[in-house]
Design a protein around this ligand. Structure first.
Ligand code: FES
Length: 120
């Protein structure tokens, strides 16, 4: 069972520009799972069909009970895997989901699309 504190949702439906066969989110999901295995990190990762950020693949969301939810786009599975994992761990370590700006890698700072408060 994955460690509590964060679930990383990965959109696996986004297409990459003109090539209808390229699915950058699906590639990111596969690479993410492999890297988590290599690093022996147990984080819940779930594929989703769309996060409504279709023009900015690859896209993920960090969510957790009682926490702000962050949607992040413009991720590159070849460049940002460890940043996504490190960010997810930082998110998991918070009480409210808000990761300090100084602790966010550039892809988290630049890629944030939205944040949504937890239910009261
Ligand atoms: S298809 Fe990926 S965010 Fe919409």
């Amino acid at each position: 069972m994955a460690a509590p504190g964060v679930t990383v949702f990965v959109c696996v439906s986004c297409r990459d520009g003109d090539d209808a066969h390229l699915r950058p989110g699906a590639a990111l999901l596969e690479a993410l799972r492999a890297r988590l295995g290599e690093r022996k990190i147990d984080i819940a990762v779930e594929p989703v069909e769309c996060l409504a950020v279709c023009k900015r693949p690859a896209t993920v969301a960090f969510a957790g009970a009682g926490k702000w939810t962050y949607v992040i786009g413009d991720l590159d599975g070849g460049l940002h895997l460890d940043d996504v994992i490190d960010s997810a761990q930082s998110f998991a370590a918070t009480d409210n989901g808000v990761v300090a700006w100084k602790d966010r890698p550039d892809c988290f700072k630049k890629g944030v699309v939205s944040r949504t408060p937890p239910l009261p």
